[in-house]
Write a protein that binds this ligand. Structure first.
Ligand SMILES: Cc1cc2nc3c(=O)[nH]c(=O)nc-3n(C[C@H](O)[C@H](O)[C@H](O)COP(=O)(O)OP(=O)(O)OC[C@H]3O[C@@H](n4cnc5c(N)ncnc54)[C@H](O)[C@@H]3O)c2cc1C
Length: 504
């Protein structure tokens, strides 16, 4: 029995099972981070997850003896001061991480471009591939990226929600940091022009690299966001042995250790009053606080009362979002050692029903027997889908999916070293419709919000809402997507909930 206290009938329609200090909606990495930090601080915590597995877009699932990743495959954020390192150290997380020698390989016009972690070696590689002007561009990008990582981990009350938060900003930051902020208003393309690196080949490279990180392209992405996105591979990149679900599992273990509970197959149907959290099967809990880790778009469908209209207005502002086409493939191991590959298509090619011109391919590590039996590997392949909503109720759904799959295999056969379609043993494909079934996210929109000039940094929704005891985290609030981004959002939500730095 999940609930320990005796149920009492409180109103028609549901039975209130118990009262907790904080109910956490969803078990994405953002929500679990907030939950674990709150539990560590002594709060009674209950996490409610709709799916049968935790972790949402950063998770794994089992089929036919293989472990496939749902979404995230690359992992950064464990360098000193970065969000995952801060949480790992604060909670004492035990994670089977393996540091990668080469974070990523990019394939462009017949070139194989190693995205080497060492900044100097990477800059020299960029010079060799794209020309001598690259030095100035990467020097600025790397400096700005370090700045973004440094300040984001220190500003746990960002975006400011009140006068006191504004007053605090100069104390957390150095006056010498101010000049960097101008890059929040300058497009990446403009910076490329300034450094004389705005040629067609480098622009295609930058656009596809930005799409998998900032979810936007050079013309639209402020350089302040583009710098950490482009320099993603210049930090320590890790492989999590056994699958990305290990991150959620480690956080859940800590929640349990600190006396909290995580309940799976427990979709939150309605949050009303202050607060009754209704779960399927006519159960409910009373919560003094709520932390939501589900996207802003989902909240109007769950929250009742005045907050509902507020969340609807916020969700309406987020009109631009992506869906994903993704595949999990089990193959005979004829592949190399490098794990992450971005294959950029030739200029005149596109992928049917996709909106980016590249495929991102991640391999399970050779020897990770938990994920694939010896002699086999698992591939995760993904790209941005065309208009996510167009995949729902479409009579041509199966045909579109098959066309995208065929095109994906052609690209792998042409470009991924060692890949042979004949060695594929098992395959699963996902569209925005599948993503909606897995994560319940509105229209299957995943991957985070595009970081564009149209959404300046101060306009991002933060953890604070009009209700002083209702908080937000996850990839539709500041600082946005990716495991490190949502981890930081969870730290910030815990900071607001506890009214103190949760890492101390
Ligand atoms: C294809 C793809 C590739 C990616 N690659 C990377 C990568 O390589 N590296 C990286 O760092 N990031 C990557 N990302 C992004 C990253 O995975 C996400 O940004 C991040 O995991 C989102 O976390 P979240 O906290 O917002 O929660 P989510 O992952 O969105 O989880 C939300 C959870 O809430 C649950 N839920 C929804 N509604 C309810 C409800 N009513 N009641 C209870 N539970 C509910 C869902 O079931 C889900 O488990 C990728 C994403 C995708 C889609």
């Amino acid at each position: 029995m999940f609930f320990s206290s005796k149920p009492n009938v409180s109103s028609p329609g549901y039975v209130v099972m118990k009262t907790v200090d904080v109910a956490v909606v969803g078990s994405g990495v953002g929500a679990l981070t907030a939950a674990a930090l709150a539990a560590k601080a002594g709060m009674s915590v209950l996490v409610l997850e709709a799916n049968y597995l935790p972790g949402g877009c950063c998770s794994s699932y089992w089929r036919k003896g293989y472990v496939f990743e749902t979404g995230a495959t690359t992992l950064v954020g464990f360098d000193p001061g970065q969000p995952l390192a801060l949480v790992r150290d604060a909670l004492g997380l035990d994670l089977p991480l393996v540091k990668l020698d080469l974070p990523m390989t990019v394939y462009l016009d017949g070139l194989k471009i190693p995205r080497i972690q060492n900044p100097d070696e990477w800059t020299e590689t960029a010079v060799r591939v794209f020309g001598p002007q690259q030095r100035g561009f990467w020097k600025t990008a790397l400096k700005l990226s370090d700045f973004v990582w440094r300040v984001s981990g220190k500003n746990l009350r960002f975006p400011p929600a009140n006068f006191a938060d504004f007053v605090r900003l100069p104390f957390n930051n150095r006056p010498s940091d101010l000049p960097y902020l101008r890059y929040a208003f300058v497009s990446t393309r403009k910076v490329m022009q300034k450094f004389g690196v705005d040629d067609e080949k480098f622009l295609r490279f930058v656009n596809e690299q930005l799409l998998i990180s900032a979810q936007s392209v050079a013309d639209d992405t402020p350089f302040l966001f583009a710098a950490p996105a482009l320099c993603y591979t210049n930090y320590s990149n890790y492989y999590l042995k056994g699958g990305m679900i290990g991150l959620a599992a480690a956080l859940i273990a800590k929640i349990g250790e600190f006396g909290g509970e995580v309940r799976l197959r427990a979709p939150v149907k309605k949050i009303s009053g202050e607060f009754v959290v209704e779960i399927e099967k006519s159960e409910a809990v009373r919560a003094k606080n709520v932390v939501s880790g589900i996207p802003l778009w989902n909240l109007p469908g769950v929250v009742d009362g005045p907050l509902k209209a507020y969340f609807q207005r916020q969700a309406d502002k987020l009109r631009q979002y992506w869906g994903a086409l993704s595949w999990g493939i089990a193959v005979k191991d004829t592949l190399g050692d490098d794990l992450h590959h971005q294959i950029i298509l030739p200029k005149d090619r596109s992928l049917p029903h996709a909106r980016s011109r590249s495929l991102f391919v991640s391999l399970s590590m050779r020897g990770d027997k938990f994920r694939a039996p010896e002699g086999t590997r698992v591939l995760a392949v993904s790209t941005h889908a065309e208009n996510p909503v167009s995949w729902f109720n479409d009579p041509d759904y199966e045909r579109k999916k098959a066309e995208a799959t065929e095109a994906m295999y052609r690209v792998l056969e042409e470009s991924l070293p060692g890949f042979e379609r004949s060695s594929v043993w098992y395959e699963l494909s996902s569209t925005p419709k599948t993503w909606a079934d897995w994560t319940f996210r509105h229209e299957g929109s995943v991957g985070g919000l595009p970081q564009t000039l149209k959404r300046p940094i101060f306009s991002w929704h933060g953890a604070v809402t009009p209700h002083p005891r209702f908080f937000l985290c996850g990839d539709t609030v500041y600082p946005g997507q990716g495991a490190p981004g949502v981890t930081l959002s969870g730290i910030i939500a815990a900071c607001r909930l506890l009214k103190r730095n949760p890492l101390l």
